[in-house]
Design a protein. Structure first.
Length: 133
């Protein structure tokens, strides 16, 4: 199930399910990833957090490529999960907001000079009420 490499539509299924001590989420949304490699529009997001606090966040781009970050959850603050992740030759702190068990918003930024980057993604049902990270 999920996205097909041929760019076809994903199979319809419940957007996420909780796993004991972790999370297994997949859902549509909108966002962007801006880096020295250029600007990418993001569509779907998949986040998996294992019981051992290992995290994998995968974002599908409009060009049908994947941006993948892996790492470890370092803390939880209510409905927010904070993780140290790396991928694509960059690393940083990823912030993941949830609401009633759904991933609603993901953000990550960092780097210096030419190597700065900024990632923002939100669930298609999430409303930004002036919230900024």
């Amino acid at each position: 199930d999920g996205w097909h490499l041929d760019g076809g539509e994903p199979e319809r299924r419940e957007p996420e399910r909780r796993v004991e001590g972790g999370l297994d989420f997949r859902g549509p949304g909108d966002g962007s990833f801006n880096s020295r490699r250029g600007d990418e529009r993001l569509t779907n997001c998949e986040v998996r957090i294992e019981r051992e606090n290992e995290i994998r966040a995968t974002f599908r781009t409009r060009r049908d490529t994947e941006i993948v970050f892996t790492g470890r959850v370092v803390r939880r603050e209510g409905d927010r999960v904070i993780a140290e992740v790396s991928g694509l030759g960059i690393s940083g702190t990823l912030s993941l907001d949830t609401e009633r068990g759904r991933v609603r918003h993901v953000s990550m930024s960092g780097g210096r000079g030419r190597d700065t980057f900024d990632l923002r993604w939100h669930d298609e049902g999430w409303r930004d009420e002036g919230r900024r990270d």
